[in-house]
Design a binder for this molecule. Structure first.
Ligand SMILES: [Zn+2]
Length: 116
């Protein structure tokens, strides 16, 4: 089948059909919103499956919090210097991490002393 073919020639032909399709934009929106595991595969919405995978990866990267610093960070509550992996992520924070360490954050949430 043309749309499911791994051959670049067939894929080009399938995308040519897509590009003339009256519902192309709707089709792109539909398939573009799908998760990778829902993707029908093959050429859809004028894109090959590979192009859609790449586009999703790019989108996922844009949604990632900013690059996490590798230097130790001081916890706002216990004042200990800790490695970044001891902090939960916070996309709104300038360094991508919460200001309190995991221990302190856990303590504050549960209201009891964390063991560590
Ligand atoms: Zn702390």
């Amino acid at each position: 089948m043309l749309f499911d073919s791994p051959s670049p020639v067939d894929q080009r032909a399938a995308r040519a059909i897509c590009s003339a399709c009256p519902v192309l934009v709707a089709c792109q929106g539909w398939v573009g919103r799908m998760d990778e595991n829902e993707d029908p595969g093959g050429v859809c919405g004028g894109w090959t499956e590979f192009q859609r995978v790449r586009a999703r990866r790019r989108q996922a990267q844009l949604k990632q919090p900013p690059e996490v610093t590798t230097v130790a960070k001081q916890c706002r509550l216990c004042r200990h210097l800790k490695q970044p992996d001891q902090f939960y992520r916070n996309a709104d924070s300038p360094d991508g991490l919460r200001n309190e360490c995991r221990n302190c954050y856990g303590e504050r949430r549960t209201g009891k002393k964390a063991t560590a």
